[in-house]
Design a protein around this ligand. Structure first.
Ligand code: ATP
Ligand code: MG
Length: 664
């Protein structure tokens, strides 16, 4: 393997005696160090894969790393190897140590919309906006590892005390449901390790080799988790790039890079300077741009690649025009270069920019995949099914109970649920348990009672089967029993019903494959679903243009990159301009530029809708900051064409495509 590694990479891979940090710019092979180090540890050092954990920032990155490791090791990931996100590692730890965390192993994991719902329920009269703010505050406290008691003590005005009280109530509710939120997945293991040295030691011995990618974006709680796991021996390998720190808004802290040096004085810092990803012009523009930021660490980056194409900056009339011209360019470019759709990526600042791009890609029949967008698992019909699974696993999960019992509607309304809830509250039991209690007969009329008991008994029967049968089979039977397909087609218009039913089928298929592939039972599957933020395209050969936010594009690379909406007010974002946080936006731009291997196209719009108004836009200051390597396209070359002319051009192109002989 040494043929494909340079000297500092080899050094980073072979260094096992203590903590190390690989600090290097984009495309220098940091992630490659991690994958090769895993192979080195297992193949050359004879270390059991059980003792190795690689931590990535997103599920997508984890998946990609698993594939890369498998590629290095004869096509298979070694058994027992952990490659996952911090949160997924948290699930693993909390599940195994549930008793020490005051939970049963079948706890539920709540996602952001569940937790906002809980906050809204507690603060009865608050609207969704306020509930969201409160949830954000609670989450910040939890990330900073501040308990409700401490929050109450810190509160210096009425509002803050009210929020602290809400926080306390929120925590009680979560525990009553036997549920945790995302923040708990980090903070519970930290507390666990700090309070139970014997448990900590067990995990330290288990995960002796920790490898952390994208280290610059860890937050305080994650750092504490890393420290607890690494222990005094601290044989971890962290890799990161301070110029790519783009998650400060979610509590990530680049200071963690400096902290590492303070907390581990023996830290070996290794720098990589050769970039293997991009052509020289792209790299130079990225370096020139980022030189405008204050430097935390001195870094250099050079490339052996040729100059490559010039970076092209084009102005567009508006986002419609921008999307249309990109779709045309991709069609033409792909034709000329015989490339695949998956060689192209379109990157943008905010999710709202995706819609118009999708429309125009669809118009031109260009297949695409989207990441960082609305999750498949967020669709209402999928959430409904997940609620059933959650309830099967954890009957204390009242949120799941309410969602399941009302899906599809079976004559159980708000009044019934309120009465049941009031009774369960008095008795301090879950809604599910309340259904079976004798006392509940006083609170519900006979018809209501019959309906809820029927539902609870149905869940009970499935629960009995759950440990014995594959999850997908169980779900199939459940679908038949609740007559979901029929319900869709009776209550929705045909297209919507079809679309929802297709999603349901996809979900069943996914559950079946996942269950077999990873040999996971219903409990494990249900607990990991909450962590999945998108339906990973199962088929790695799927050929589509990648649409992604700049944030979601981190760590990825594409031959040809289009960055859209590169305007003042969007990138840098207006809120960052107002708050004087341009540096983080510049890093975001740096991340975008450095995704490109061969070509980079930047577009900006002269007009953009903002609410009801249309405002005039200026090109982003970052374009100028990229220096001499950019070519500003003259406006004419990108003038919108008339609809007829556009159609004619496209027809021409299609005719050419059809006549062209495909290579056999
Ligand atoms: P980022 O900061 O964007 O996450 P990175 O530092 O993690 O980038 P990698 O993704 O590991 O960089 O590597 C960038 C590209 O360079 C990959 O295609 C990788 O395979 C290639 N590469 C890295 N090191 C070498 C090497 N020594 N020889 C050949 N190719 C390499
Ligand atoms: Mg990387």
């Amino acid at each position: 393997m040494s043929a494909h590694l340079n000297a500092p990479q080899r050094e980073a891979i072979r260094y096992l005696d203590g903590p190390s940090l690989v600090l290097a710019g984009a495309g220098s092979g940091k992630t490659r160090v991690i994958t090769h180090k895993i192979a080195w540890l297992v193949d050359q050092c004879g270390i059991s894969a059980n003792n190795i954990a690689a931590i990535t920032f997103t599920n997508k990155a984890a998946k990609e790393m698993q594939e890369r490791v498998a590629g290095l090791m004869g096509g298979r990931m070694p058994k027992g190897l952990t490659v996952c996100t911090f949160h997924a590692l948290g699930v693993k730890i909390v599940r195994q140590e549930a008793v020490h965390c005051g939970l049963k192993p079948q706890f539920s994991i709540l996602d952001a919309s569940d937790t906002v719902q809980i906050v809204a329920d507690i603060a009865r009269d608050a609207d969704k906006g306020i509930a969201k703010q409160m949830q954000w505050q609670i989450s910040s406290w939890k990330n900073a590892m501040i308990t409700p008691g401490e929050a109450a003590q810190l509160a210096d005005n009425e509002l803050a005390s009210a929020a602290a009280q809400l926080y306390a109530e929120y925590e009680r509710t979560l525990r009553a449901y036997q549920a945790v939120d995302f923040d708990d997945l980090i903070s519970l293991p930290v507390q666990l390790f700090e309070n139970h040295p014997e448990v900590r030691e067990r995990w330290q011995n288990r995960l002796r080799y920790l490898l952390i990618d994208e280290y610059q974006d860890t937050n305080r709680a994650q750092y504490r988790l890393l420290r607890a796991l690494a222990g005094v021996r601290g044989a971890f390998t962290a890799v990161g790039d301070d110029d790519q720190a783009i998650y400060a808004w979610r509590g990530a802290d680049v200071e963690n890079l400096k902290l590492l040096k303070e907390d581990y004085p023996e830290l070996r810092v290794i720098k990589l300077e050769q970039n293997y990803r991009s052509s020289r012009r792209i790299l130079h523009a990225a370096n020139t741009l980022i030189a405008n930021n204050e430097k935390l660490f001195e870094k250099r980056l050079w490339s052996e690649h040729g100059d490559g194409d010039q970076i092209v900056v084009t102005s567009c009339r508006d986002p419609e025009h921008e999307a249309e011209s990109i779709a045309m360019k991709i069609t033409a470019h792909r034709f000329q270069n015989r490339s695949r759709f998956s060689d192209y990526a379109i990157l943008y600042r905010g999710n709202h920019q995706a819609r118009v791009l999708e429309q125009h890609l669809r118009n031109q029949k260009i297949p695409y995949v989207i990441s960082g967008g609305q999750s498949f698992f967020d669709k209402a019909e999928i959430r409904d099914l997940i609620a059933y699974l959650r309830l099967l696993v954890n009957e204390d999960d009242d949120l799941a109970f309410i969602r399941a019992i009302t899906t599809p509607r079976r004559g159980i309304g708000a009044a019934t649920l309120e009465a049941l809830g009031a009774y369960a509250g008095q008795r301090h039991v879950s809604l599910f348990a309340a259904c079976f209690e004798e006392g509940v007969t006083q609170h519900l009329n006979p018809r209501q009672l019959e309906l809820v008991r029927e539902f609870a008994a149905f869940i009970n029967r499935l629960q009995y089967r759950a440990p014995r049968e594959p999850a997908a089979q169980l779900l199939e039977d459940l679908l038949v029993a609740i007559r979901l397909e029929a319900w869709f087609f009776e209550h929705l218009d045909t297209r919507e019903a079809e679309s929802k039913w297709n999603n349901v089928r996809d979900f069943v298929g996914w559950l079946g494959r996942k269950g077999e592939e990873d040999d996971k039972n219903l409990l494990e599957l249900t607990q990991t679903i909450a962590l999945i933020s998108m339906l990973d395209k199962e088929d790695p050969d799927f050929d589509g243009v990648q649409l992604a936010t700049l944030h979601a594009s981190k760590g990825l690379e594409f031959k040809h990159v289009f960055m859209v909406g590169v305007e003042e007010g969007l990138l840098p974002h207006q809120s960052s301009i107002d708050e004087d946080k341009i540096d983080e936006e510049r890093r975001l731009m740096y991340v975008g530029i450095t995704r490109a291997q061969r070509s980079l196209n930047i577009t900006w719009c002269e007009r953009r809708k903002a609410g009801r108004d249309t405002r005039r836009c200026e090109p982003s200051r970052f374009i100028e900051e990229m220096g001499e390597d950019v070519r500003i396209n003259d406006r004419k070359s990108n003038e919108p064409v008339s609809r007829e002319e556009g159609k004619a051009r496209l027809a021409n192109l299609m005719a050419m495509l059809e006549n062209r002989q495909e290579p056999s």
